[in-house]
Design a protein around this ligand. Structure first.
Ligand SMILES: C[S@@+](CC[C@H](N)C(=O)[O-])C[C@H]1O[C@@H](n2cnc3c(N)ncnc32)[C@H](O)[C@@H]1O
Length: 266
């Protein structure tokens, strides 16, 4: 049962959140109250938030593409910006047959799950190197698909070779030297393996792109989230893998995605 608060208690929590720098203090106070089962637990949740944990990790979920995604402490919080990647991927898939979807570097599994949800029928696979993320993704994906643990393609079942219709990837893409400049919420509460994209931020994009042709079906696509600044490097990685690259952007979300198509594909 959510904790019901008197106006005075609510004001006290809002003031504490505001003092800690929470911009949406009123909304967060309501969220925290609805996530707690008793007043002691509410106090603990408020303390975690005031100490800087992301609100999604504190209440245990994030909204993504209209879905409620479980977010465990220490797992990357899915960003609303990544909904653009899901929408672009859903637009590409033809409606004729249930596609095979692979979400690499899946974190909570939000992207793959939202795409499978948009397509209503899909064979969903997701993978991540971090066991904490894999546990969280398994919770979210449940019976909808399989979540594999390991380095990029290494844990995937061999029978997926050449069968993936759509490969969606939001891998780490922050250049190593820029991690220190990130907001504390990300820097201190999301694991480094979820953020660090290597010296120029696209080290993992290069590995994802070079491995993709072995797993993609003949007319399949790869979609990689990147930043506008790094997009040329992601494009070069996709092109070097023999795929035809295209950059698509969304100003409202400051989102950039590189699509890699098999030559002669859709
Ligand atoms: C930026 S987070 C994104 C998570 C998820 N795709 C999302 O958008 O919410 C990157 C994820 O990549 C995973 N990761 C980093 N290196 C990896 C690797 N070599 N193989 C598989 N997963 C990796 C991290 O554990 C983390 O969950």
């Amino acid at each position: 049962m959510p904790v019901s608060l008197s106006p005075g208690q609510l004001e006290g929590i809002v003031a504490a959140l505001r003092a800690a720098g929470c911009v949406f203090a009123e909304e967060e106070a309501e969220l925290l109250a609805s996530a707690a089962n008793e007043p002691g637990e509410l106090g603990e949740l408020v303390a975690q938030r005031v100490a800087g944990s992301p609100i999604e990790q504190v209440v245990g979920w994030a909204e993504f593409c209209g879905l409620r995604i479980a977010v465990e402490p220490g797992v990357f919080v899915p960003r609303r910006r990544s909904e653009f990647l899901v929408r672009r991927a859903a637009d590409i898939i033809p409606a004729d047959a249930p596609p095979v979807v692979l979400d690499l570097c899946c974190g909570t599994g939000a992207i793959g799950l939202a795409l499978a949800d948009a397509l209503s029928a899909a064979e969903l696979h997701a993978a991540d190197i971090d066991p904490v993320a894999v546990r969280c993704a398994r919770r979210n994906v449940g019976e909808r698909g399989r979540v594999h643990q390991g380095d990029l393609y290494e844990p995937l079942p061999p029978e997926l070779h050449g069968r993936v219709d759509i490969l969606v990837v939001n891998a780490p893409y922050v250049p190593t030297a820029e991690i220190a400049l990130m907001p504390a919420e990300a820097r201190l509460h999301e694991p480094r393996v979820a953020l660090d994209g290597g010296p120029d931020g696209v080290e993992i994009h290069r590995r994802v792109a070079s491995g993709a042709p072995d797993w993609l079906a003949p007319s399949a696509c790869l979609l990689i989230e990147t930043s506008e600044r790094q997009a040329p490097l992601t494009v070069a990685a996709v092109s070097a893998a023999g795929l035809t690259p295209e950059v698509v952007t969304d100003e409202d979300w400051s989102a950039a995605v590189v699509i890699g198509r098999r030559r002669g594909g859709r």
